[in-house]
Structure formats: C-alpha cells, structure tokens
Design a protein around this ligand. Structure first.
Ligand code: ADP
Ligand code: ZN
Length: 215
C-alpha cells in the first residue's frame, strides 16, 4: 500500500505504520526517525536540522524535500510505503504531488488519525523513546512501560524522554500542528483522497484501512 498518515503528534502514526508494515511488507518512512538518525550521526543535514527539532519547530521544507526525494526512490519503496510525519505543510504536500508525478508513483490515500486533544497531551508527556537510532522503540510510562525502567526491551539502550517532549516543547509542537499541518486534512479531502478515522485505538485504525483497501 502507498499511504500518507496524518494526525497530531502523539496520534499514533508510528504505531499504526509499524502494524501496517506487518500486513503487506510496505516500509515505514518516518521523517522524524530519519532526522533523529542524521542528528545523532552529525551529518550536514543533521547539523542543520538539530536546532529546529529541539525547539519543536519544523525543519525547513527544502531540507525535507531533498531528503524525501532520495528516500522515495530507494528500491524498498516499490512494494509500498507508509509516510509517517510527512508531508507536514501545504508546500510539502504540493511538492510531494509534483514529486509523485515526476517519479511515477500513484498513492492510495491519506489517512487522518483523529484523536481527542486531552488524550494526545497525556500520551506525549508520558512517552519514552529508545535513544538507539537504529531502534527508536516507543514506550509509555503508564500504558506500555519497558520491563526495566528506562531501558529498551528490544536493544538494551536507554529509553528516554525526547528533548522535544518537555511540556513547553509539546504545546509548541501542537500549536505548529494546528497551524501548519491540520490544513492537509482539507487538502487531501478536496482531492477525494482522504480517509478520516476516529481512533479509539490503533487496531480500529488498522481495520478501517484494511476495509478501505479491501485487504
Ligand atoms: P512526532 O512523532 O511526535 O509527530 P516526529 O518524530 O515526526 O514527531 O518529528 C520530530 C521533529 O522532526 C518535528 O518536531 C520536526 O522538527 C521534525 N520533522 C519531522 N518531520 C518533518 C517534516 N515533514 N517537516 C518538517 N519537520 C519535520
Ligand atoms: Zn531500543
């Protein structure tokens, strides 16, 4: 499947993407994960992106588009992909439409994962992320804690609170989401490409997507 996942930070895009990859071997492409990997590696891109990310600001569209143009042309994308955290702005969505045209990709749909705001806030404050860039497993201190506090079950690295998951950075990220990213819901709706799901849990989202794609 070739699907764009939309939703506020903490809506569960990453979780849904991971569950979907297991369905048909499509790859998850998380711009946040790629960027955190670049920062860790202190690549040129990582150095440029770092400051924006720490503040909870969006990384400039030009950097993101260059990165995604390369990523979407890698052979593992042929089978299908789940875009998680991209596009994030109307200019990115327009550039993506153009890029899809240029490299001959037809996508299935954009899925809006619709989660109430109070649940989002609570989730983000209690989220912990594995700091190993090759793992980035996600935990929640309340609902899904690692077996040993602060240690990733999967790889043994530290499971930490991300620097952009302090309360201040979170409210800033949510404001940025409302201003810059929420308009994408209308953008894809106008194209007749939107599936909106009120997400009580990730399984409900998976079922709605399977249904829509007759999987
Ligand atoms: P979340 O999973 O909470 O939605 P991400 O891991 O997707 O957050 O992104 C973390 C940070 O990486 C963002 O706050 C932003 O700085 C940057 N980022 C990720 N994707 C994009 C994008 N498509 N455009 C601009 N910045 C991005
Ligand atoms: Zn890990």
């Amino acid at each position: 499947m070739k699907v764009i996942l939309l939703g506020a930070p903490g809506a569960g895009k990453g979780t849904v993407a991971k569950l979907l990859t297991a369905l048909d071997g499509s790859v998850q492409i998380s711009t946040g994960d790629i960027l955190r990997g670049e920062v860790q590696a202190q690549s040129d891109l990582g150095k440029e992106a770092e400051g924006y990310m720490k503040a909870g600001d969006l990384v400039p569209d030009s950097l993101i588009m260059g990165m995604m143009e390369k990523r979407l042309q890698q052979p593992d994308c042929e089978k299908g992909f789940l875009l998680d955290g991209f596009p994030r702005t109307i200019p990115q969505a327009e550039a993506l439409t153009e890029l899809f045209g240029k490299i001959g990709i037809t996508f299935d749909m954009a899925v809006n994962i619709d989660v109430p705001k109070d649940i989002i806030l609570d989730r983000l404050c209690t989220r912990r992320t594995c700091e190993n860039p090759d793992c980035q497993a996600i935990y929640n201190v309340k609902s899904n804690p690692p077996k040993v506090e602060g240690i990733c079950d999967k790889c043994g690295a530290k499971a930490i609170q991300r620097e952009d998951e302090t309360e201040e950075a979170i409210s800033h990220r949510l404001a940025t989401y409302n201003e810059k990213t929420a308009p994408l819901i209308g953008f894809y709706e106008d194209k007749g490409m939107l599936l909106s799901v009120e997400a009580v849990n990730s399984d409900a989202v998976i079922e709605a997507i399977k249904d829509k794609l007759s999987l």
